[in-house]
Design a protein around this ligand. Structure first.
Ligand code: AP5
Ligand code: MG
Ligand code: ZN
Length: 214
């Protein structure tokens, strides 16, 4: 099974992608997490990506596509994967499509997690993330068992550098300008499914399972 998560920054793509990956035994691939891991480790890729991410801009397609194709070629993706944060532009979607077509393969579903802009800022400023394992929490809605510590791996939780209010606004406008077009792209392919992302985390997941099957 191969799935794409679409949605604005903070819509809950990462939260749901993690649950999907666990339930269906597929890999969770987040380009944002890959970039953040590289920033943490101080790699050349991380340094380049950071200059864009801190401004709320997209990392250039060429670089992002290379990282993604590399990642999905790894063994843990053999059984399928859920892409979280990729594609984000039409060229990225086209490269992915073509790479899959060459292997006689295709994406099964693009799930659009729909959350209005006015809900986004509160979600982002309350978010705490684990840079080690990618788990995401919210100080009010989805708190960790112990404040500041990841339930999953025990490491420290951080507020992301790009979750400052002015950067979030920029990310939202970049989403509307460059990424929202993908909704039409996948609608035309007949694989887009939209769900209400303002419901409780578990209810959102139940709706996704209804689409993907038990
Ligand atoms: P990325 O890491 O992908 O960030 P994003 O798309 O902005 O999305 P977020 O991770 O902020 O939100 P999310 O939808 O995953 O929400 P979450 O589950 O955490 O990308 C970061 C940057 O990297 C980009 O800006 C860009 O620069 C670069 N980049 C990455 N991919 C790229 C690409 N393909 N091309 C170019 N550049 C790329 O949830 C948010 C919060 O809400 C959390 O606190 C969570 O606990 C809470 N929450 C979740 N669900 C619910 C719910 N149902 N009710 C209440 N709270 C909830
Ligand atoms: Mg995310
Ligand atoms: Zn963790």
């Amino acid at each position: 099974m191969k799935i794409i998560m679409l949605g604005a920054p903070g819509a809950g793509k990462g939260t749901q992608a993690k649950m999907i990956a666990e339930k269906y035994g597929i890999a969770h691939v987040s380009t944002g997490d890959i970039f953040r891991m590289n920033i943490k480790e101080g790699t050349a890729l991380g340094k380049e990506a950071k200059t864009y991410m801190d401004q709320g801009l997209l990392v250039p397609d060429e670089l992002t596509v290379r990282i993604l194709l590399d990642r999905v070629a790894r063994e843990d993706c053999a059984n399928g994967y859920v892409l979280d944060g990729f594609p984000r532009t039409i060229p990225q979607a086209q490269v992915l499509d073509q790479a899959l077509a060459e292997m006689d393969d295709a994406i099964d579903y693009a799930i659009n997690v729909d959350v209005p802009d006015e809900n986004i800022i509160g979600r982002m400023t309350g978010r705490r993330a684990c840079v080690t394992c990618g788990a995401t929490y919210h100080i009010v809605h989805i708190p960790p068992k112990q404040e500041g510590i990841c339930d999953a791996c025990g490491k420290e939780l951080v507020l992301r550098d790009d979750d400052r209010e002015e950067t979030v606004s920029k990310r939202l406008s970049v989403y509307h300008e460059q990424t929202q077009l993908l909704i039409d792209f996948y609608t035309a392919k007949g694989i887009l499914r939209t769900i209400d992302g303002t419901e409780k985390m578990q209810d959102v997941f139940t709706n996704i399972v209804t689409i993907l099957g038990e």
